[in-house]
Ligand binder design. Sequence first.
Ligand code: F6R
Length: 369
Amino acid sequence: EKGGYDYFMLKEIAEQPKAVADTLLGRIGASGALTLDELRIPDAVLREVDKVVIVACGTAFHAGLIAKYAIEHWTRIPCEVELASEFRYRDPILAPRTLVVAISQSGETMDTLMALRHAREQGSTVLAICNTNGSTIPRESDAVLYTHAGPEVAVASTKAFLTQLVACYLVALYLGQVRGTKWGDEVDAVIRELSEISGAVERVLDTMEPVRELARSLADKNTVLFLGRHVGYPVALEGALKLKELAYMHAEGFAAGELKHGPIALIEADVPVVVVVPSPRGRSVLHDKIVSNIQEIRARGARTIVIAEEGDEAVVPYADHLIRIPATPTLLQPLVATVPLQVFACELATARGNEVDQPRNLAKSVTVE
Ligand code: F6R
C-alpha cells in the first residue's frame, strides 16, 4: 500500500533513489563497461544504425527530449524525438538502419503502440524502454530495456521518468560502446557518476522542506512559468506538465533563449518563474546566459525560483528562492533537477485541495488514440 505516505505519489517520489539504482543494477561493470544482455538486438545491427528516432507521449516524451542531447553528444548519431501522436501522420522517414526507441511506463499507450507498429512496418528496428513487464509495447518491439522502477500507481509519473532517463543514458552509452565511439575522460566520468547517481537523488530528497513551504505559499497563484536551457529545457517542460496535471494551474515551460521572442511579455509583478540553471562548470556559456535571463525577468518583477548547483554563487543575488541540487555532469542534471519540481507540484496540488493520485480527467494509461 502507501507505506505510511498520504499519497502514492509521495511514496513513489521517495522511492526514486532505489528505482534508479534498480535500473542501473548489473548494467554497468566495475571497469565502466556496459552490459545490456537482455537487449537482444545484435551488436552488428546497432553498429549500422544511422539515425535514432524516439517516440513517446507526455512525461515519457520529455525523457526522450533529454535523451536526444545525450545520444547526439556521446555517439554523434542524429536523433529525432517526436510525440507519438504526431509521428505516424506525417509520413516519417524510416529505414532499416533507423533505430526507433519507444518510451512508455505502462507499455499500453495507444499512440506509442501505433507509432512503433508503423516503424516496424517500414522495416526499422524498435527498442522499447518500458516499466511494465510483458505489456503490449515491449511484446511488439524487437527488444526491450526494462526500467525496473516497480509499479507506479499515482497518475502523475515520477519514478518512471527518472528511470526512463537512466535507461536512455544506458542505451546512448551502449550504442557508443558497441560502435567503438572514441570518447575521453569526460564520458568515463559520466559513467562513474551515473553509477552513483542514486545518492545524489537521495540528497535532493533530504532537502525538500523549503520547497514544500514555498509551494504552499503560492497556492493562490494562477500562473507559474518554467525556464531552462539545454537539458534544463525539457526539465522545465516536465515541471510545467506536473503542475498542470496536479495543481490545475496554468503552467508553461520555455527555452530561456526564447524569452525575448515572445514569452517575456508574460512577465509581470510577482509571477513565479522557476529557472533550471545549468552547471557553471562545463558549458559555462549556457550558465552565464541563463543568469542574464534571470536578471532580465527579475527586473520586470518576476519572483524567481532558482534551481542551481551547490556552489553556484553567481545566481544568489537574483534568486528570490534558491533550491540547491548536487553537482552532476551537465547531461545527468535532469536526474536531480526534476525532483524538486515533482515535490513542488505535489505540494501545490495538496494545498489547493486536489486529489493528488487521481487528478481530474486523467487516466494512468491512455489506451485510446
Ligand atoms: C504525466 C504522465 C503522462 C504519461 C503519458 C505516457 O505525469 O504520467 O504524461 O507520461 O501518458 O504514458 P506511458 O509512459 O505509460 O506511455
